[in-house]
Design a binder for this molecule. Structure first.
Ligand SMILES: [Zn+2]
Length: 314
């Protein structure tokens, strides 16, 4: 019986293996396909013409992490991103926070922020690893998790941002935190809808994500106003960092939706230099930038206690 099974399996591989293999360390059963050869549900980007994995079992999806495909850079950028935020967490808890006299609240906020970034990275790794699964349903589940991960990443930006921006205004801090949590919860509810991940809803998905990311302008403007306008020292110190954050996010998003640069060089950026890879790197950089801003503003708040005017005002 095992003999028969083995024979069946190998014939299956031979059938699949009539195309090119990467010459090194390619697990049996993994081959690469061109855009024309992949199933319809994998056809997202016609400018990436080759290097697709497809029709794999879960085990082979996992093994494909070591195969050079058009997803390799996508997988590894966020795997390394996960490692970066994990190590930043270890460094924060052991060195940065004790050195700046952090209290229990600071620890909780930092843990939540970095945990959200790590969840976002891992969901993305999962999606790019298992998007070549033979079952369309499994692929869609991983895609849903990838989107959910982006929401969690956005939450990880908002929580420390709102917490330290409204450090001296407990009322507004609570208002904005509740609104952000409600927005993220609303996204999750929308994601349960069976049509949410369909191509027809692509525009709606974009609008929802832009709204949640763009919503941050409201607390930011309010924060500038509460702190005495553009001439105040704290605003001049931190507003440029918020603006840079939005510039990185905007650039990342433009690459994501425009499919530039591969649109200009179809088939030449299949493995390196495609828009989704740029988006991945910019997302890691954006989270890192925001984390450093949170460290900066926490130190500022510990050194400069809240002015009496704001302490108990709503
Ligand atoms: Zn991705």
């Amino acid at each position: 019986m095992p003999q028969k099974l083995k024979l069946h399996k190998s014939s299956h591989y031979i059938e699949l293996g009539s195309y090119q293999y990467w010459p090194v360390l390619v697990p049996r059963g993994i081959r690469l396909y061109t855009f024309e050869q992949i199933p319809l549900f994998l056809k997202e980007n016609p400018y990436i013409t080759d290097g697709y994995r497809a029709h794999l079992t879960s085990k082979l999806c996992l093994k494909s992490i070591f195969v050079l495909s058009n997803e390799t850079v996508n997988i590894w950028t966020h795997l390394l991103g996960f490692l970066l935020f994990f190590l930043l967490g270890v460094n924060d808890m052991s060195t940065v926070l004790p050195a700046s006299g952090a209290n229990r609240e600071d620890y909780v906020i930092y843990c939540i922020g970095l945990f959200c970034f790590q969840v976002c990275m891992l969901c993305s790794v999962g999606y790019h690893l298992f998007s070549c699964h033979r079952s369309e349903k499994t692929c869609h589940r991983w895609l849903a998790l990838d989107y959910a991960g982006i929401s969690v990443g956005i939450l990880g930006c908002y929580i420390p941002g709102v917490f330290y921006a409204f450090y001296c205004n407990i009322f507004w801090r609570q208002v904005y935190l509740v609104i952000v949590l409600a927005l993220i919860l609303a996204i999750f509810s929308a994601q349960i809808h069976p049509h949410y991940h369909s191509k027809e809803w692509q525009h709606l998905r974009t609008v929802i994500f832009c709204s949640v990311a763009g919503y941050g302008v409201i607390p930011a403007v309010h924060w500038v106003w509460l702190n005495g306008g553009f001439s105040s020292a704290v605003v001049q110190l931190f507003l440029p960092r918020v603006i840079v954050m939005y510039l990185i996010a905007g650039a990342a998003f433009l690459f994501y939706i425009s499919k530039i640069p591969e649109r200009c060089f179809p088939g030449q950026l299949n493995y390196l230099g495609a828009s989704h890879q740029v988006w991945h790197v910019l997302v890691v950089f954006m989270f890192y930038w925001w984390h450093q801003t949170a460290v900066y503003i926490m130190n500022f708040r510990h050194n400069q206690p809240c002015p009496p005017l704001y302490t108990n005002s709503g």
